[in-house]
Design a protein around this ligand. Structure first.
Ligand code: MG
Ligand code: MG
Ligand code: MG
Length: 306
């Protein structure tokens, strides 16, 4: 029976490329693993797949009746629909352990590093499987993306080592050039509907029974969204509806290394306190904030008493 490898909802480059790289590793071991994704490619991932000559994986959102491997997440909120404890046979991740459970022992590999593809490089080495050059290109792109070209606080020495080794395998000499090409693709906002921008890199989290959505847009400069603030705010209000406690949008300036945090919340004062900031026109600048996982989410969890 085939195993379908799922990244998280609102797929990012790590989610898609880790699904491909893990499926390739398992195929090399004689197993039938098929990479899929839960939504359409974002512009950054599209650029990466094209550069290294890969077709987009099939879109699949329902796990009913399937054997499933999860990469880049282990939260039910980010997992495919109708997932049961019987279905999951493997998890490869670099996040905090989520709420997915299993009924039998599984292949579980998680490390506190900057990217799932860094974990996968370690797994390839452990299994003694050579990474194909094209796959190495995908993996190093994902690491550059997740670590924001090594600038994110999530970046570890293991990520830098993996990129150096993968670049040698892929025959890539200038990784900065790859990062800039990805940044150009991902920060292109002109003509894109605000709701699509909110969902470009978006996740819902359960905070003590309250649903909180956090999106992130990585930009070369905040000027790129200057004309779109009202539209983004309206999209956040629509997204929040009555269902969510808060919706946050991180407008991250990759060059200045900080985030203008847009907030729509039932309790704005609580969000202000969580980040030690003061909202003006529904947003506040947080110097040094680059990572949703390592900075935004832990602060929110503390504020919600998780
Ligand atoms: Mg991800
Ligand atoms: Mg990741
Ligand atoms: Mg990310």
């Amino acid at each position: 029976m085939s195993v379908y490898v799922f990244g998280h909802k609102s797929p990012d480059t790590d989610s898609v490329t880790a699904a491909i790289a893990f499926a390739e590793l398992m195929k090399a071991k004689g197993e039938d693993y098929i990479p899929v994704m839960q939504g359409k490619l974002n512009p950054e991932t599209e650029t990466v797949l094209k550069r290294f000559g890969f077709a987009a994986p099939e879109i699949m959102t329902d796990a009913a009746g399937k054997k499933v491997a999860l990469v880049d997440h282990s939260d039910l909120a980010q997992a495919p629909d109708n997932l049961t404890s019987n279905d999951v046979v493997a998890i490869v991740d670099h996040h905090k352990i989520g709420d997915v459970t299993t009924n039998q022992p599984i292949y579980f590999f998680n490390q506190p590093v900057g990217c799932t593809c860094t974990v996968l490089k370690v797994m390839y080495d452990l299994e003694g499987v050579a990474v194909a050059p094209k796959v190495a290109g995908l993996m190093l792109s994902a690491i550059l993306s997740d670590t924001v070209n090594f600038k994110s606080p999530t970046c570890t020495p293991a990520d830098k080592k993996a990129v150096a080794e993968l670049a040698a395998i892929a025959g890539v000499t200038n990784t900065d050039e790859i990062f800039m090409e990805m940044l150009k693709a991902k920060s292109a906002v002109a003509g894109v509907p605000a709701m699509d921008l909110l969902h470009r890199d978006y996740k819902d989290f359960d905070m003590k029974g309250k649903k909180v959505g956090v999106g992130q847009l990585e930009l070369a400069t905040l000027d790129q969204v200057a004309d779109m603030r009202d539209a983004l705010l309206n999209a956040m209000k629509d997204q929040k509806g009555g269902e969510r406690h808060s919706v946050l949008l991180m407008l991250t300036d990759v060059v200045k290394e900080g985030t203008d945090l847009m907030v729509v919340s039932d309790d704005p004062a609580m969000i202000e306190a969580a980040f030690g900031g003061k909202l003006a026109n529904n947003s506040m600048w947080i110097d040094g904030m680059m990572s949703r996982k390592k900075q935004t989410i832990p602060n929110l969890q503390k504020a919600f008493g998780c």
